[in-house]
Structures are given as C-alpha cells and as structure tokens.
Design a protein around this ligand. Structure first.
Ligand SMILES: [Fe+2]
Ligand SMILES: [Fe+2]
Length: 159
C-alpha cells in the first residue's frame, strides 16, 4: 500500500532518532555497568531495547507503505560524563522524541493514515514513560542526594 511521501520522510526521520537513541543508551548503559551501577545499567539497557522495538516497528511500517527505510543515518550522539549528566541528556532526547511523535501524529491525521496514527501513538506513550523515568531519577537525586542515589544503583543495593 503506497503511503504519503511526506509521512514516509517523517517516519525515516523518526527512525534516525530511534537508531541514535539506541546507540546513546547502549553507551550509557555500558558506562554504568563499568562503574558498577548495576540497576542503572539494567534500566538504561531496557530503554535501549524499547528504542530497538520502535526502530523495528517504524521499519515495518515504512516497508508496508512502500518506502525505503534509511538505517545508515544517525544524529549527533550526546554522551554524558556522569550518571546525572547521562540522565539529563537522555531526558532531553526523550522530550524531543515526545515533540517529534506528536508532530508526526498530526501529520498522519492530516493525510488520513489512521494505522500510522495508532502506531505512532503507541510509541509516543512509551516515550512519555521514558521521560517519566528520567524525571523520577532526577527527583530522587535531588531528594536523597547524589551519593545515596548512586549507592542505591550499585550491585546488591537494597530496593
Ligand atoms: Fe523510541
Ligand atoms: Fe525513548
């Protein structure tokens, strides 16, 4: 089924965002592992896997709409140098994703592509969950202090 060209372009832009997020989160996740912040490592790794699903769903949709998925394009990757820096940079990326998915949903409505609206809405809800996760971490850092927060992230920590 031939999809709208403008929407296909936007789906490919979202795909580039997702592929960028996968790379950024894999690096952050492994940096946390290297520091022994096991819980943070696992949480960020799970987020990278969510983004991989998003990339997969976008590729499926682009192929269904008879477009060509572009998987060789990455946007600039923002690597944090400390755990709070990573969380802040990931939160920025997630907030940008929420804006981009909202804009793409508006376009999919305009071109009367309800199935793309549904797919993009499902992804949007997951991106909102990612923003929420980052907000929770920042609230905890603020309330318990960075040292307590990080000691909770270390392997074998309670809670
Ligand atoms: Fe995503
Ligand atoms: Fe995300």
């Amino acid at each position: 089924m031939k999809g709208n060209e403008k929407l296909l372009t936007v789906l490919n832009e979202l795909l580039a965002d997702e592929l960028t997020a996968i790379s950024q989160y894999m690096v952050h996740s492994e940096m946390c592992d290297n520091w022994g912040y096991d819980k943070l490592h696992k949480a960020i790794e799970k987020q990278a896997l969510d983004e991989m699903h998003h990339a997969e769903w976008l590729i499926q949709r682009i192929i269904f709409l008879e477009g060509a998925p572009v998987v060789a394009k990455l946007n600039p990757i923002q690597i944090g140098q400390s755990a709070p820096d990573m969380i802040g940079k990931d939160q920025d990326a997630e907030q940008a994703a929420v804006r981009a998915y909202n804009a793409a949903i508006r376009l999919a409505h305009e071109v009367d592509d309800q199935a793309s609206v549904d797919l993009l809405t499902n992804i949007l809800k997951m991106e909102e969950g990612h923003v929420d996760w980052a907000e929770k971490q920042r609230a905890q850092i603020e309330q318990m202090g960075l040292e307590s927060y990080l000691s909770n992230q270390a392997e074998g920590a309670a809670g």
